[in-house]
Design a protein around this ligand. Structure first.
Ligand SMILES: *[C@@H]1O[C@H](CO)[C@@H](O)[C@H](O)[C@H]1NC(C)=O
Ligand SMILES: *[C@@H]1O[C@H](CO)[C@@H](O)[C@H](O)[C@H]1NC(C)=O
Ligand SMILES: *[C@@H]1O[C@H](CO)[C@@H](O)[C@H](O)[C@H]1NC(C)=O
Ligand SMILES: *[C@@H]1O[C@H](CO)[C@@H](O)[C@H](O)[C@H]1NC(C)=O
Length: 446
C-alpha cells in the first residue's frame, strides 16, 4: 500500500483550528493529487476532540456539534489518531518559538514517525466524554411544578424597562377584572391609579420571591422572626398596606359599584367561620358579607333583612333567618357566623351572643369570590344599589373550620385570637373598586 503523508494535519485543542485545516486542505489536496486509493490520516493531540468524534451517543452544544459534524463530513473517525503533544508541530505554532528554536523543532519536518517506512501502530487514545463536560448538551427530565406568581417575576426579565413592566402588569390586572366581570371592557390607556397599583403588585411579588420565610412569618399572628436567613431582622420589618389591624374600610356613599373584593388561595371549603365588625345607619336591607360561587350567588351571605333585628344567613342559596337580633343602627357590631357541611347547621353570633343553630345544609364551597360593600347576584357581579352597604367595616377574618365558642368570644372581646386562615385582616389580599376608603379606626373615648 502506498502511503503518502501529504495532508498532515495537526490539531491543537481548538476544534476550530482542525476544522479550517481539514476542510481547506483535505478536499483540495485530493483534487489536485491525481492519485488513486489515496489514504489520508489525521492526528490530533486532543483526546477530548477524539472522544467527541467517536461518540455518537452524545449530543453536544450547537457550536461544537456543528464543528464535529463538519469534521465528520470530510473525514471519518477511523482516519483520526492521537499524537503526543511533544510530537505535534501544531503545538509549536500555538506556543510560540524563537527562530533559533524553530530549527530544532519538527515544524518543517513533521514528527519523526512520519519518516518511517511504515506508520507506527496508531495509538487509539480516545478520551471518555465526561458527563459534566460543558460541551455536552444536557438532557433533562423535567418534573414541572408551575407556580404562577413565580413565573410572573421570571417573565419581567423579558421586558426591557420598568415602565413597560408596570404597563404590562396594569393591563394584565385590568384584563383579569374584565374577565371576572368586575369591570366593563375599555380600551382606555392605563390610568395613573392602575399604574400605581401595578407597581405595588410588582414590588410585592418580588418581595415574596426574595423573602418568602420572612413574609410568611410576618403574616402569622405572633411575629417571631426566628429565621436566621433573614438579614432584614434588625430593620424591624413589618407588612404594611395589607395589614389592616388598626384600619377600616369606609363605604361612604350609596352606589351599585363601590366594593372591596377579598381574595384567598383556598378554593374548596367544607366548613366556614366568618367574623367582622361593622357599623351603618341603613334601616333598609343591606349586604354585610357576600360570598358567591359559580353555582350559588348566595354561597355564603350575611344579609341584614328589611325587618329590623332580622339577619338572613344564606349558604348555597338556602336561607336561615335569625330574629330578635339586637342590631342597633349607628353602633359597631361584632358578627361571627359558622357553618359546616357535615351537619349543615349555621349559627350567628352578634356582639358575643350566640343564636340558636339552624339548618341550611350545603355542599362544599368552591371557587369563592368574597365582596363587601355590595351583594353579588352572580359570581363576582350583579350588584344592586338596593343591597349596597353604606358604613364602615373592619376586622374581617375567615377560617375554613368552625371556631370554638371561646375563640369567638376572644374575637368579640378584641383579645388575642388565631387570625383567619382563609381571609386574614392582618394580611389581607384585596382590591377596592369605586369610592372605598381605608382609614384608621376611630377610638371611642369613654
Ligand atoms: C537543538 O537540539 C540539540 C540536540 O537535540 C541540542 O544540543 C541543541 O542545544 C538544541 N538547540 C536549541 C537552539 O535548542
Ligand atoms: C460515549 O459517552 C458516554 C458517556 O460519556 C460513555 O459512557 C461512552 O463510553 C462513550 N463512548 C465512546 C465510544 O467513547
Ligand atoms: C402569642 O403570644 C402570646 C404571648 O405573647 C401567647 O400568650 C399566645 O399563646 C401566642 N399565640 C399563639 C397562637 O402562638
Ligand atoms: C370538601 O372540602 C374538603 C376540604 O377542602 C375536602 O377534603 C373534600 O374532599 C371536599 N369534598 C368534596 C365532595 O369535594
Amino acid at each position: 500500500m502506498l502511503q503518502l503523508m501529504l495532508s498532515l494535519l495537526f490539531c491543537k485543542y481548538k476544534l476550530l483550528q482542525c476544522i479550517f485545516q481539514v476542510s481547506d486542505n483535505n478536499d483540495m489536496l485530493l483534487k489536485e493529487l491525481d492519485v488513486e486509493d489515496l489514504h489520508e490520516f489525521f492526528w490530533t493531540d486532543s483526546t477530548v476532540v477524539l472522544s467527541y468524534m467517536n461518540n455518537d451517543t452524545r449530543t453536544f452544544q450547537v457550536f461544537v456539534a456543528n464543528l464535529i459534524q463538519s469534521i465528520k463530513a470530510s473525514t471519518k473517525p477511523e482516519q483520526w489518531a492521537y499524537v503526543a503533544s511533544e510530537d505535534n508541530p501544531g503545538d509549536h505554532a500555538s506556543q510560540g518559538v524563537t527562530a533559533q528554536q524553530l530549527k530544532n523543532f519538527s515544524w518543517f519536518t513533521g514528527p519523526k514517525f512520519l519518516w518511517q517506512y511504515e506508520l507506527p501502530a496508531r495509538e487509539l487514545k480516545v478520551g471518555v466524554t465526561e458527563e459534566d463536560d460543558p460541551e455536552l448538551r444536557k438532557t433533562f427530565v423535567c418534573n414541572t411544578k408551575a407556580k404562577e406568581d413565580k413565573s410572573l417575576v421570571e417573565r419581567f426579565k423579558k421586558l426591557s424597562d420598568w415602565s413597560r413592566i408596570v404597563t404590562a402588569v396594569a393591563r394584565l390586572r385590568r384584563q383579569i377584572r374584565e374577565y371576572k366581570g368586575k369591570k366593563q371592557r375599555t380600551n382606555e390607556c392605563t390610568s395613573l391609579e392602575e399604574k400605581k397599583e401595578a407597581e405595588l403588585v410588582i414590588v410585592k411579588l418580588v418581595q415574596e420571591e426574595a423573602f418568602p420565610h420572612l413574609i410568611k412569618n410576618l403574616k402569622q399572628e405572633n411575629v417571631t422572626i426566628k429565621t436566621k436567613d433573614s438579614k432584614l431582622y434588625k430593620l424591624s420589618p413589618f407588612l404594611d398596606e395589607d395589614d389592616l389591624s388598626d384600619k377600616m374600610f369606609i363605604f361612604p356613599e350609596e352606589t351599585n359599584t363601590a366594593h372591596a373584593s377579598l381574595t384567598t388561595q383556598k378554593q374548596d371549603l367544607s366548613a366556614v367561620t366568618v367574623c367582622f365588625r361593622s357599623i351603618t345607619d341603613l334601616s333598609r336591607k343591606h349586604s354585610l358579607f357576600s360570598l358567591a360561587t359559580p353555582s350559588a350567588s348566595n354561597g355564603f351571605l350575611i344579609y341584614k333583612n328589611a325587618d329590623s333585628n332580622v339577619i338572613n344567613f344564606y349558604v348555597g342559596n338556602k336561607m336561615a333567618q335569625f330574629g330578635a337580633q339586637d342590631y342597633k343602627l349607628n353602633m359597631w357590631h361584632s358578627i361571627c357566623s359558622t357553618w359546616d357541611s357535615a351537619s349543615g347547621l349555621v349559627q350567628l353570633w352578634l356582639d358575643g351572643k350566640p343564636s340558636i343553630k339552624k339548618f341550611t345544609g350545603g355542599q362544599n364551597i368552591t371557587r369563592p369570590i368574597v365582596i363587601i360593600g355590595q351583594e353579588q347576584d352572580s359570581h363576582g357581579a350583579g350588584f344592586d344599589i338596593k343591597d349596597a352597604f353604606v358604613g364602615m367595616m373592619s376586622g374581617v377574618h375567615m377560617w375554613d373550620y368552625i371556631l370554638s365558642p371561646c375563640e369567638i368570644q376572644r374575637y368579640m372581646d378584641d383579645l388575642n385570637f388565631t387570625p383567619g386562615n382563609v381571609l386574614n385582616w392582618r394580611a389581607l389580599e384585596f382590591q377596592t373598586s369605586g369610592r372605598v376608603l381605608i382609614e384608621n379606626k376611630q377610638m371611642t373615648c369613654h
